[in-house]
Design a protein around this ligand. Sequence first.
Ligand SMILES: Nc1ncnc2c1ncn2[C@@H]1O[C@H](COP(=O)(O)OP(=O)(O)OP(=O)(O)O)[C@@H](O)[C@H]1O
Ligand code: SF4
Ligand SMILES: [Mg+2]
Length: 512
Amino acid sequence: MEELLRLRKAFGVALVSISHDIALISRLSDRLMVMYAGILVEKLPSNSFDVAQHPYTHLLVNSIPKLEEDIAEVQPIRGSPPRLISSIIGCPFLERCDYAVMSCRDESAAVLRQTQPYHEVACSVLPVFPSANMKAQKLRKREDSGNSTSNKAVVLEASNLTRIFEKRTGIREIATSASNKIVAVSKVDLTVRSGETVALVGETGSGKTTLSRMLGLLDAPTSGQVKIMGELVNLRKKKEIMAFRKIIQTIFQDPFQSINPRFPIASTVAEPLTVNKRASATQTGSNNGDFQQQGFGSVLSNAENRETMVVKALQEVELSPPEDYLEKYPHQLSGGQRQRVSIARGLIVDPKILIADEPISMLDVSLRAGILNLLRKLKYDFGISVLYITHDVASARYLSDRIYVMYKGEIVETGETEDLIRRSAHPYTIALLLASIGIEGSISEKLGERIFSQSEAADNKGCLFAPRCQFAQDICSAEKPELMQMSESHSSRCHFAQDIQGMGLTELRPKK
Ligand SMILES: Nc1ncnc2c1ncn2[C@@H]1O[C@H](COP(=O)(O)OP(=O)(O)OP(=O)(O)O)[C@@H](O)[C@H]1O
Ligand code: SF4
Ligand SMILES: [Mg+2]
């Protein structure tokens, strides 16, 4: 987007950005238009989502975590968008709107009317939304989040985990038997503690999925090891892996691909019970008192049959009434509902650890808040440890106690969430924070532009981030930085970590 803006300036062309990322487009556009069910519901001047007057726009803004605000509870939008199989008369948002009155059914409710200069809204009510003060009651304190789990047992541990892909590409490689090596994950150390939510953050191609598949026991590493509940897993022994599958479950990015369209929801959710039946006797490490959570299993242990267990699982992911979903097929559900089905399928085997690989990135913005809040609930209600994988630092901050930042297969920074965000000590983390900046604008946009405008160079033997780094010195391309400990729980892989942290580039400004 920075590049598009540069081109716009250079050539004087008009730019129309179409996106569900309202934080990004509010930063980039002079005028904003909000569309719902095929019609424009609001036109706003730039950077003014906070004065939105249409209930849909207002809810949309409140349904995404923002980096610059303190942690406000994100509000899901109830229901799902209408299926546009026949024309809609009146306001298309009617069924999901808390402010609807009879006149919303009139044709005129869907017509844009000017309410302020440069501001048009298609709403016959124009409700007054709760004030900022009332909203403030829902803010959460973040300060104590990391400490609460720091003395808990480690349930998932990766040591020196590496995955190298061999990729033969061109004629030359085939003729010479030379191969391109892609080091997707390089010597990663990572821990997840009991009842902790840990976020793994990085841009596309940084190796998040490759790492998560090894941690979720779906792929074997090239080298390194994984311990689950303190036990070393032999990732080449299928039987052993099956025993651990009951403890660790993975939720995938795409709810449209990850559940079989030919099976009803009841069979889909119950499937892991069959798969894990033989493995159920092997509850490695479950005698350790630290792992005795209130757990989803305690809810299910008295269940009399599979259907009861399925109903319970559907209830816990807030698909209600659950009985209505048992016979439905995936195509009859929204993306958010399908993702809930995937989570229910993971929960039914009473896992201790859930790996969620970008679980909201394929969902409509209005459905994301619901899944984020559900993942929070799993931690608080069932004590499940969650590894949340994302490229969005704002949602990582919303959910996690600790964050690992990954770049080109390496962990470049790790720390307790608030400490890492407020006192970032790696230029790449700072760049990610700037890319994810909230609606209010940014702190050091110039730095963000600079970092993301630099093109990638070939790998060098020094710091992998050096070609894009504003702070790079000669040593950076010559010598590989090690993870440097900034405090007990905060480390950064940068030669100048201390200087960069001292600059306070990510100190968050209070909202104007
Ligand atoms: N099976 C494979 N064969 C060859 N290369 C692969 C394979 N799987 C992943 N890679 C490469 O490994 C690197 C990391 O990929 P990965 O999918 O783990 O990244 P990611 O961080 O999950 O990205 P995204 O955010 O787009 O999901 C990429 O360069 C990718 O092209
Ligand atoms: S080591 Fe050098 S190039 Fe790498 S992130 Fe730090 S300053 Fe930038
Ligand atoms: Mg991925």
